[in-house]
Design a protein around this ligand. Sequence first.
Ligand SMILES: Nc1ncnc2c1ncn2[C@@H]1O[C@H](COP(=O)(O)OP(=O)(O)OP(=O)(O)O)[C@@H](O)[C@H]1O
Ligand SMILES: [Mg+2]
Length: 267
Amino acid sequence: MSLDDPVVVPTLAPEREAALATQLEPEPQGGGLPSRFACFVTGTDTEIGKTLVSSAMLHALVQAGVRACGMKPVAAGAEKRSGVWHNDDCDQLTAAGNVTLPQNLTTPFLLRRAAAPHIAAELEDQYISPVPILAAYLEVSAASDAVVVEGVGGFRVPLNESFDTADLAEQLDLPVVLVVGMRLGCISHALLTVEAIAQRNLMLAGWIANEVDPDMRFIDENIEALEQRIRAPLLGRVPRLDEPSAAAAATFLDFTRLPNWPAHTPI
Ligand SMILES: Nc1ncnc2c1ncn2[C@@H]1O[C@H](COP(=O)(O)OP(=O)(O)OP(=O)(O)O)[C@@H](O)[C@H]1O
Ligand SMILES: [Mg+2]
């Protein structure tokens, strides 16, 4: 071939060209990508059903066919069994999800004493700071399609001298789901929590009325009062269950109104 010969540009058969063009086109929005769901579950108090609702949510996510993992970043109260420290909440969340990860990722701060976290931490020479929690959250999130993060106690539980669970929700920047433990006094607790969530510019994605007190009077009226004042959907009423379990609680809850809740594709 001499330098004077014309340059021949190779051409592709039209059908091959069309096939290549399709490969280069961006995926249609949402096409083939697993949905990503995450939320922060808080409550009006301690012992009002956050773990039950978080587990019900994980159960529903697993039913929808996604890889779901629970996180309890700070847990206080643990006992040693077969050489391993166990916390009830962590065990329930693990049992309800379907992604098993090392406990130091799902619970970066596992405190032995059942006390306010900043007090338990001090007694155990630990210092709860956001960085290990945020790093763990990223890893858990990378390994799962859906993450449910359970808070500790109510919304403003101190974790160190200048950082509390509301700050944690803010740093994680997750939509918040509020569990209202239905008992006398819960209206004010719920509305103060709603206010604190709004003050941090977090999204209150929904709330749940959990009937923890079987003897509560005027429960319908209380729920109605909350519905009138909370501008987020009521995701359901969980009655007092004889045998509380994730599956049982899930039958009373409709999570489909939560942002990015996966479309139902049972396994
Ligand atoms: N609707 C219900 N019916 C029956 N029992 C319930 C109901 N909701 C919660 N419980 C029970 O009340 C106890 C406290 O619930 P749960 O552990 O979910 O609360 P929590 O808010 O996560 O508490 P903590 O602040 O310790 O994390 C558990 O024994 C749970 O099984
Ligand atoms: Mg709990």
